[in-house]
Design a protein around this ligand. Structure first.
Ligand SMILES: [Mg+2]
Length: 290
């Protein structure tokens, strides 16, 4: 596949050209200190003209309900039916893999665990479990993290040594780190998954352990977004994001068009030097007026 330089465009042009839009949240519609300028007017406009859109976010620490409340607090009138978080895909995952009623363990608390309980899978104590069908690495909690990690690693090893097969290893949000301030970073569940994977690879090389990712760039969250909008042909929709590795690669792999907006992670970028395929479109911001 040959890569062309992305076409410069505007949000109004994308609305005109496509039947639906999927938006990333952070760096596109919101930042940690508020809504991105222009986002509020855009959402009001899309609501007014009944244009099909969804917000798909890797944020695994919030449920759809709390993520929506957060966006609304920042002034964006986005309805709950238009939001998908990576942790909410646990419901679909459990259904697809027939894990209802099956023993599973999880790292995390609050919202993420709510989805596991709601899914019908049975959360068991990793300190004492013998058999586990799946491990969900949802989020890092501080108080007992060290002990929780040792319990989960031990639970996986006990399971594999007994059954000679891996449980599902599930990672809602594959991000490794997130920006805390201008020059400090927090660690996310993806880093923990990398550690557990290294442990399992060394102990069980023939089992080729790897995590199943629910959020971007994996196809599941894109497919769920299109399905909710009733869009059958992915190429009739465009994903607008600020990250090449997740938003843009994921959209391209799921056969959507991809647009990079320069209000987030990549304010300037030299696509020729990147190992990632470029977006189809590039836009400065989401402002309706140019
Ligand atoms: Mg983002």
């Amino acid at each position: 596949m040959t890569h062309h330089n992305p076409e410069k465009t505007s949000i109004l042009d994308l609305i005109e050209r496509f039947d639906a839009i999927l938006f990333d949240a952070y760096g596109v519609l919101v930042r940690s200190n508020g809504a991105i300028p222009g986002a509020k007017e855009l959402i009001i406009h899309l609501n007014d003209i009944s244009y099909p859109y969804m917000v798909i976010t890797n944020d695994a620490s919030r449920s759809i309900k709390t993520a929506t409340a957060h966006y609304q607090q920042l002034g964006l009138p986005i309805d709950q039916s238009r939001v998908i978080t990576s942790s909410s895909l646990i419901l679909s995952f459990v259904k697809q893999h027939n894990l209802t009623g099956k023993p599973v363990v999880a790292l995390g608390e609050g919202n993420a665990l709510d989805y596991i309980k709601e899914s019908g899978a049975t959360l068991v104590n990793p300190a004492t479990s013998k058999t586990i069908e799946a491990v969900f690495l949802c989020e890092l909690t501080s108080a007992t993290l060290h002990q929780d990690l040792e319990d989960i690693v031990s639970a996986i090893i006990r399971h594999v040594d007994t059954h000679h097969a891996l449980p599902h290893l599930v990672l809602p949000n594959p991000d490794l780190i997130y920006p805390k301030t201008e020059d400090s970073f927090g660690i996310t569940a993806g880093s923990i998954a990398a550690m557990i994977q290294t442990i399992l690879e060394q102990r069980y090389p023939s089992l080729e352990p790897s995590f199943e990712i629910l959020g971007k760039p994996a196809p599941m969250i894109f497919e769920e977004g299109l399905q909710r909008l009733g869009i059958k042909d992915p190429s009739s929709a465009v994903m607008i994001g600020d990250q090449l590795a997740t938003d843009i690669q994921g959209a391209r792999q799921a056969n959507l068009y991809a647009a990079l907006v320069q209000t987030g992670l990549h304010t300037t970028i030299q696509f020729e030097k990147s190992s990632f395929a470029p977006p189809h479109f590039i836009l400065k911001n989401l402002a309706l007026s140019m």
